[in-house]
Write a protein that binds this ligand. Structure first.
Ligand code: SAH
Length: 195
C-alpha cells in the first residue's frame, strides 16, 4: 500500500481528521527498519528488534482515537519503541510528550529519529511504574500488553484524565473524574507483552 491508500483506508474506517493529519505528517518509513521500507504503509505490525514491533496503523489509530489527545496536553507513552506513536501524538497536541522504552537500542534510535521534536522526551528504563517525576498527565498510553489493570498508575493521571491500556486481547479506556474510575473494554486486539 502507498501512504495515500493507507490514509484513505483509515478515513473509510471512520478515524477523525486530526488523526489522519498526523498519519499524513509523520513519515512512518523513518521509524521502520531499512529492510522493511516497502512495507512502511501496509496496515500490519512490523518487527523492530528483540521481539518489539511497531504496531499496526489501524490499532494505533484506534488507541489514539479513544485516548483523545488534544492541543497542549501532557502525555506519557509507556513502551514507545520506534517513537512513531510519540511523533503522531506530538503532531496532534504540540504538547509535552514523554516516552519510556525498556530496550536501550530502540530508545536510542527513537531519540535520533525524533530529534526535531523538541517537546518529546524518551527515557530508557522500565516504565511499569509510570513516570512519577513528571506526573500528573492528561493522558497515559500503554503500548505493550499488560497482565492486569494498572491501578497503581491512576494517581499519575490528572482529574479528567484518560489512560488507554491493552490487557490480554482487549484495549481498555480508563477515565478518572472526581476520583471515580470508569472503565470501558474494546475486545479483539493483539500486542507485544509488557515485561
Ligand atoms: N508504540 C511503539 C511500539 C510498541 S511495541 C511504536 O510505535 O514503535 C511495545 C514496546 O514496549 C516494545 O518496544 C517493548 O520493548 C516495550 N516495553 C515492554 N515492556 C516495557 C516496560 N516495562 N517498560 C518500557 N517499555 C516496555
Amino acid at each position: 500500500m502507498e501512504k495515500e491508500e493507507l490514509i484513505e483506508y483509515l478515513k473509510h474506517e471512520g478515524f477523525p481528521g486530526k488523526i489522519l493529519y498526523a498519519i499524513e505528517k509523520v513519515p512512518r518509513e523513518d521509524f521502520v527498519p531499512d529492510y522493511l521500507q516497502e512495507m512502511a504503509y501496509e496496515d500490519v505490525a512490523l518487527p523492530l528488534e528483540a521481539g518489539s514491533t511497531i504496531s499496526q496503523p489501524y490499532t494505533i489509530c484506534f488507541m489514539l482515537n479513544i485516548l483523545e489527545p488534544e492541543e497542549g496536553q501532557k502525555i506519557l507513552e509507556i513502551g514507545s519503541g520506534s517513537g512513531y506513536v510519540l511523533a503522531l501524538i506530538s503532531e496532534i497536541t504540540n504538547g509535552p510528550t514523554f516516552g519510556i522504552e525498556i530496550i536501550k537500542s530502540l530508545a536510542d534510535r527513537s531519540q535520533k529519529t525524533l530529534s526535531k521534536y523538541k517537546n518529546i522526551k524518551v527515557l530508557n528504563r522500565d516504565g511499569s511504574k509510570g513516570l512519577q517525576e513528571e506526573a500528573p498527565f492528561d493522558k497515559i498510553l500503554i503500548s505493550a500488553e499488560t497482565k492486569k489493570m494498572p491501578e497503581h498508575l491512576y494517581n499519575q493521571l490528572k482529574d479528567g484524565g484518560t489512560m488507554v491500556v491493552p490487557i490480554k486481547n482487549s484495549i481498555y479506556k480508563i477515565t478518572k473524574k472526581e476520583n471515580e474510575i470508569n472503565i470501558k473494554e474494546f475486545p479483539g486486539f493483539i500486542f507485544v507483552p509488557l515485561r
